[in-house]
Design a protein. Structure first.
Length: 499
């Protein structure tokens, strides 16, 4: 049998008869609540299955074309998202690096040397040349050396070290893929929250602007009555102070809006000065959000999947550390052509080769391998705790979202009644003042109460929309872990011929 065939047979035998040491991975249990319902009941009827959160474009549940357009810009140009995609590409390439160890490694190192040997070189144990009883001096020489050597090596993966490396690399790849989805979810949710906050400020600006209008009319009224000797200078000063204070509030609303506009620009991957969001007061209402079952949460949250895939990675690392206690067997071969004359370099006499196997069995390592195994086990235990904490946090965020929406729904209903009461109060206070029944202080108080009530109503609506965004985010934004199954690499026969 030819030497190459012998080496190939040994490699195939090593691969076929190998076993994998270390623990087999299975997902640990997690603190999942009762599978039938959430603790807090939502303030809406459960959505039908056809109303599920759109996969990949969860923001479409809000049915806002402007928001849809901004989200598409974010997906194309956000720099943090681009960096996360690059990390995924890097992880995929590193996983392919791990699969390379499953194939023989072949290299060639041709060389051409012209050398001169010293006439005073040591003989290194060679017998001197003696002619007629006289030791002849060592003659210098000059020669060419042409070499085309090949070397091949293959690790016989008898105990699964290489396979564990591939397993770990694929788990890391899937963890990075889940992390990319989490970055996408966080960024798109942040954009939606900023968008609805900005719209709420547009509505709040409109409310304050309307207050400025009727407060100016009030100032005209008391100025007219003061000119006629009916109203005092105190009443004029009170109304003027209220108007100035409301104008200050108007400026602060504009300042807050500008900050949200700048934040949206950065999320879109643009300079803050280049993006202008049109003024459109918020008039939306939160859509019913399909909650699904609590037991589904482990598959719907990308951050939970990241933590779960990290456990799989650490479990594979335990196997790699365990394989260090077993022999490390390497099959190797070398060969090529060597000659002092390039014209005879490829002749049969110039051929050289060797075959061998190396079995490295660790015996005394000063506790290094045992310490590495204990460190790997501790890292795995840490990843289990992190996974369970991620699950607890996920359920907390969903319960918080449902609770927030329930409370805000009740508060918004009562605040609407409070606004109507404040408007009626202002009308009565104006009529009583004009009729001379009460002082202008009652009008001032009624104007302040109405402005505060209207602003609070607008703020509650904005909080309701933002809470809806964060509830959808807490539910995973329509994503599920089944999308990770395609994020893995496998050794392919074609890799044998790749550099």
């Amino acid at each position: 049998m030819k030497p190459g065939a012998i080496l190939a047979a040994l490699a195939l035998l090593g691969f076929a008869t190998g076993c994998t040491v270390g623990p087999r991975y299975s997902r640990p249990s997690a603190p999942v609540p009762a599978p039938d319902a959430w603790k807090t009941q939502p303030p809406w009827q459960q959505a039908a299955p056809k109303d599920a959160i759109p996969k990949g474009a969860w923001w479409q549940v809000f049915q806002d074309p402007a928001l849809d357009a901004y989200e598409q810009q974010l997906l194309q140009a956000n720099q943090s998202l681009i960096a996360a995609r690059d990390r995924l590409d890097q992880a995929r390439s590193l996983a392919r690096v791990a699969t390379a160890d499953m194939f023989p490694q072949l290299s060639v190192d041709p060389s051409a040397i012209r050398e001169r040997g010293s006439g005073n070189r040591p003989l290194n144990g060679e017998a001197p040349t003696i002619v007629n009883g006289v030791v002849q001096p060592v003659a210098p020489y000059t020669q060419n050396v042409y070499t085309i050597p090949f070397s091949v090596s293959y690790e016989a993966d008898l105990f699964g070290r290489v396979r564990r490396n591939v397993e770990a690399a694929n788990a890391s790849l899937q963890s990075t893929a889940a992390d990319l989805e989490n970055v996408r979810l966080v960024l798109t949710a942040e954009l939606a929250a900023d968008y609805f906050s900005l719209r709420e400020l547009d509505a709040e600006f409109q409310v304050v602007q309307e207050s400025v209008g009727y407060q100016r009319k009030g100032l005209d009224l008391v100025n007219s009555r003061h000119s006629g000797g009916i109203a005092s200078g105190l009443e004029v000063a009170q109304q003027a102070a209220l108007l100035d204070s409301t104008l200050s509030q108007l400026a602060l609303v504009q300042q807050s809006r500008a900050q949200y506009e700048h934040a949206i620009a950065v999320l879109l991957g643009q300079a803050a000065s280049t993006v202008t969001v049109p003024v459109v007061p918020l008039r939306a209402t939160p859509p019913p959000v399909p909650l699904g079952l609590p037991s589904d949460m482990l598959e719907r949250r990308p951050d939970v999947s990241t933590a779960e895939r990290t456990m799989a990675y650490q479990n594979a690392q335990v196997g790699i550390a365990r394989s260090a206690f077993y022999p490390h067997i390497t099959l190797s071969g070398s060969g090529g052509w060597q000659s002092t004359d390039i014209t005879s370099l490829l002749n049969a006499p110039s051929l050289f080769w060797s075959l061998g196997a190396d079995a490295l069995e660790p015996i005394l390592q000063g506790g290094r391998n045992r310490a590495n195994l204990e460190a790997a086990r501790a890292a795995y235990d840490q990843s289990v705790a992190n996974y369970r904490q991620a699950v607890l946090t996920a359920f907390q965020q969903v319960e918080d979202g449902i609770s927030n929406l329930s409370t805000l729904s009740q508060a918004l209903a009562t605040q609407g009644a409070a606004v109507e009461d404040a408007r009626r109060e202002l009308t009565i206070a104006n009529n009583r003042y004009i009729g001379g029944v009460t002082s202008y202080l009652d009008v001032i108080t009624a104007q302040t109460t109405l402005l505060t009530s209207e602003r609070l109503e607008t703020q509650l609506l904005g909080q309701q929309m933002v809470s809806s965004v964060y509830l959808v985010k807490a539910l995973g934004g329509g994503w599920d872990a089944s999308q990770l199954k395609d994020q893995q690499v496998h050794p392919r026969a074609g890799q044998v011929l790749q550099p």
